[in-house]
Design a protein around this ligand. Sequence first.
Ligand code: ATP
Ligand code: MG
Length: 321
Amino acid sequence: MGLLRILDVNINYRLKSKVVKAVRNFSLDVNEGDIIGIIGESGSGKSTLAHGLMRILPKNGNMEAAEIVLNGRDISKISDAEFDELRWVEMSIVFQKAMSVLSPVHKIFDQMYDTILAHRPETRKEEAKEKLLGLLSVVNLPSEILKMYPHELSGGMMQRIMICLSLIFNPRLVILDEVTTALDVITQGQLLDEIDRLVKEFGLTVMMITHDIGVVNELCTKIAILYAGELLELGNVKDVIFSPFSPYTKALVESHPDLNPHGSGLKGIPGTLPDLVNPPEGCVFYDRCIYREDRCMERKPDLVDFGKRKVKCLRAGEING
Ligand SMILES: Nc1ncnc2c1ncn2[C@@H]1O[C@H](COP(=O)(O)OP(=O)(O)OP(=O)(O)O)[C@@H](O)[C@H]1O
Ligand SMILES: [Mg+2]
């Protein structure tokens, strides 16, 4: 069943003399129970999209959307006060810079309790503690952690705390922005297992933002490939990773040590993202694409529906093998 429908989202940042067009014409349907990986290299607009959806863009950021339907309600049209009611409750986020969210001078429980009180002032301490202990056990954290200060926690523990915090009000949708990025491989693996368990136990739907296609392959059911603010490919994880239709997806897979089908001959992707102040009129990946043809530069390809997946490339499906 459809939980979130994002239609034609555009997000800009105003700077002194120019406008950065960070996300352009982005659409996505998220079904209940999906674990959808949003992947793209640094600067492709992943956090921007997440912040736009949560309505927490910085002052110079502006989002326009044809519609954003969450649980059957178009939340792109509601007032800020109405949005405050649903943020964290229906949809929450774990920030990319999670560490900076916690205050260094207060114990973990006090901070989490304060967060609960901000939305539910009537909550008793024991009630909050019970809820938190339930969440902590799913992410393998001991109860003693509640008495600790943030600096006493490892990076992995901190991320687990932030995930618990995001789930306090039982949102059905949670956006995880690079939650595994700063962790060692073992901790990352444990955290992915725990997220998987949370999804099953709480019936969560997850948007997992990452630049690591390996993480998406391990955890996610669907994948959306974002490049320079545009959606280039969308589909089931295994279909897309093991038979990419977009040259950019193919290059991403080939530049991953565990997924590269050609064994050890890792390929990078030479070049950099295009200028987002003046994004290209044709295909946004043109400059770096080894399959490009002149026609790709002339006009922007449509996002074409191939049944189980959508792809934005004039040569979609031709490039395999
Ligand atoms: N407050 C801002 N003002 C102006 N430009 C911004 C602002 N925040 C982000 N940008 C620009 O928007 C684009 C997208 O940035 P964003 O942080 O969303 O990328 P990202 O995909 O999350 O990257 P990363 O993987 O590094 O987290 C970049 O070009 C970035 O420089
Ligand atoms: Mg980011």
